[in-house]
Design a binder for this molecule. Sequence first.
Ligand SMILES: CC(C)(COP(=O)(O)OP(=O)(O)OC[C@H]1O[C@@H](n2cnc3c(N)ncnc32)[C@H](O)[C@@H]1OP(=O)(O)O)[C@@H](O)C(=O)NCCC(=O)NCCSC(=O)CCC(=O)c1ccccc1C(=O)O
Length: 303
Amino acid sequence: MADASPRRVLQHGPRTSSDGFHLVSRAPTTWVDATPIKYIDTTLHLSAEGIAKLTICRPEVLNAFRPQTVLELSESLHSARNNTQVGVIILTGLGDEAFCTGGDQRHRGSGGYADGAEPTPRLHVLDLQTQMRRCPKPIIAMVAGYAIGGGHILHMIADLTIAADNAVFGQTGPRVGSFDAGYGSSRMARLVGQKKARELWFLCNFVPAADALAMGLVNAVVPTAELELETLRWCRRIVQHSPTALQFLKAALNADEDGAAGLQELGGAATRLFYHSDEGKEGAAAFLQKREPQFRAMPSARL
Ligand SMILES: CC(C)(COP(=O)(O)OP(=O)(O)OC[C@H]1O[C@@H](n2cnc3c(N)ncnc32)[C@H](O)[C@@H]1OP(=O)(O)O)[C@@H](O)C(=O)NCCC(=O)NCCSC(=O)CCC(=O)c1ccccc1C(=O)O
C-alpha cells in the first residue's frame, strides 16, 4: 500500500551546520566581579548567561600557583558549583603570556609547597584536581601562552580546552625534580596515547598549539585575540543543554578512568535523580509515617 503521509524532503542533504553551532553568539559577555575581598591571587567573575570565570592573577610568575592560589581557586570552584545559576565554568590565567606554569618554585620546600596559607607544606593542587574532576558542571580551560607543569595538568583535567594560537604545552617535572603519577600521567596517556605521554614526560619538550590540537590534547585553537569570544561561544552552547544530561555524561566519562571513585560519582548522580522520584520519596515518607512502603505502586518501579 502506498504511504500517503506527507514527507519532508531534505533540500540540500544532511549538513553538519544543521547542529546550529554556527548560530551561537560570539559576542562579549558582561562580567560581574564576584571576587571575595580577601583574595590576592585569583578572581571570580560571573555572567548572567550562566558562566563563571576563575582567573589566576600572578603574571609576574607566569601564573604559577602557590598554596594561597590553589585555596582561592578551590573556594571559587565550590561557590560556582553551588550557584544554581551557573552552568559552565572557565578556568584561565591573566594575560596572554601564560595560563599557568605550575607550582611556584619559590614556595617549594621539603614535603610540598608552603606560603603560610596552611600549617604544613603539601601538594595542595592535588585536591583541586580532584575537585575539578568531581564538579558536576563542565569546566573549560581557556589557555593562552604557557600551560606548563602543574598548569598543564590543570588544563588536562578540565573537561574541554580552548587554546590560543600562541599556547605552548608541556611538562617540566623531571627537569625540576617533580612528577605527577596520578591524573597528570593517566589523563595524559588517555588523551594522547602511551607513547606520546612518555615522550612529553621523559623529554620535557614543549608542544605548540597546532600540534596539541593534532594530538588530541586540546579541543580547538583560535587566534589569541578571539580566545575569550570563542570560549564564550562554547559556554553558551553548553548552557543551552540539559544540566543533568551533562552531569551524567561527565560522570560516565570519568567512571571509565576513575575506578571506584568514578563509580561513586556516577552512582551518586543517579541517587540524586532517584530522590526526585515518587519511588524514592515513598521510602522516606513510609519511614516517617511508620508504615510499610508501597514501592510497587509507583510508576518508576515498573521495570
Ligand atoms: C615557562 C617557562 C619555560 C617560560 O620561560 P620564559 O618565557 O623564558 O620566561 P621566564 O623568564 O622563565 O619566566 C618569567 C618569570 O616567571 C617566573 N616563573 C615562571 N614559572 C615559574 C614557576 N613555576 N615558579 C616560579 N617562578 C616562575 C620566572 O622565574 C621569571 O621570573 P623572574 O623574576 O623574571 O626570574 C619558564 O618560566 C619555566 O620553565 N618555568 C618553570 C616551569 C616549571 O618548572 N613549573 C613547575 C613544574 S612542577 C609542578 O608544577 C608541580 C606542581 C605540583 O604541585 C604537583 C605535585 C605533585 C603532583 C602533581 C602536581 C602537579 O603538577 O599538579
